[in-house]
Design a binder for this molecule. Structure first.
Ligand code: NI
Ligand code: MN
Length: 225
């Protein structure tokens, strides 16, 4: 499994020969100016919630790639009505895709589209694939529901927002990593806007003192599991 950071909370995941984009927000992110949205591959686009900073580039990418948009019922219906391929899910449900099993899990946040359309309840994804399991929490507060995840899945990586203000901060993400029983964390949702700028060294040190590993990738950098 190869996970490329595309800036903000956007990821590209390659697994079992498939390309999965998560929360594509690239063209309005000046820090991601070197990422060419027109060359990104996508068989699936996973959306945690409907906020602008998670869906901005969905339509252009889905149009070009014919990718299947996977999200909650309301978001899938919104894109389905526009003629896109979709797979609707809802909280607690799993589906076996050709690249692995995906479960849509709880997040504590909000989820309206930029035009005010109701975007259902926000979520995260647990992906079990190629003997590697990851959890993408999406934008969320620290929540006790995270403790449910290790009851079913032994995680190899947790992907958490750490930018504070709209989501968990670094300290809460450390507790979240305890809740999900995964010491390896990829941080997202930081530095993009003024509200969520963080001190990288400080964040990494805090995780390290808790016996955990926080990875902060440059935009375009990847890790392999
Ligand atoms: Ni959000
Ligand atoms: Mn966000």
């Amino acid at each position: 499994m190869k996970i490329t950071f595309l800036g903000h909370a956007s990821l590209s995941i390659e697994v079992s020969g498939k390309h999965i984009l998560v929360d594509p927000f690239i063209t309005a992110n000046p820090r991601a100016a070197h990422i060419d949205v027109n060359t990104l591959k996508a068989d699936y686009i996973l959306l945690t919630h409907a906020h602008q900073d998670h869906i901005l580039d969905v339509e252009s990418i889905a149009q070009r790639t014919q990718a299947v948009i996977v999200s909650n019922w309301e978001i899938a219906t919104y894109y389905g009505n526009k003629g896109f391929h979709t797979h609707p899910m809802n909280h607690g449900g799993s589906w076996q895709f050709d690249f692995g099993k995906v479960k849509y899990v709880n997040a504590v946040h909000s989820s309206s589209f930029p035009d005010g359309t109701y975007g259902g309840n926000p979520g995260g994804f647990v992906i079990e694939s190629e003997h590697k399991n990851i959890y993408i929490s999406g934008d969320t507060a620290l929540t006790m529901d995270m403790k449910l995840i290790p009851l079913r899945t032994k995680l190899d990586l947790a992907i958490f927002p750490i930018g504070d203000n709209f989501t968990m901060d670094v300290e809460d993400a450390i507790i979240a990593s305890e809740f999900v029983e995964c010491d390896k964390v990829l941080g997202v949702h930081y530095d993009t806007f003024g509200y969520i700028e963080i001190n990288h060294e400080d964040a990494i040190k805090k995780f390290f003192s808790s016996g955990k590993d926080l990875m902060l990738l440059g935009i375009g950098e990847f890790i392999e599991l």
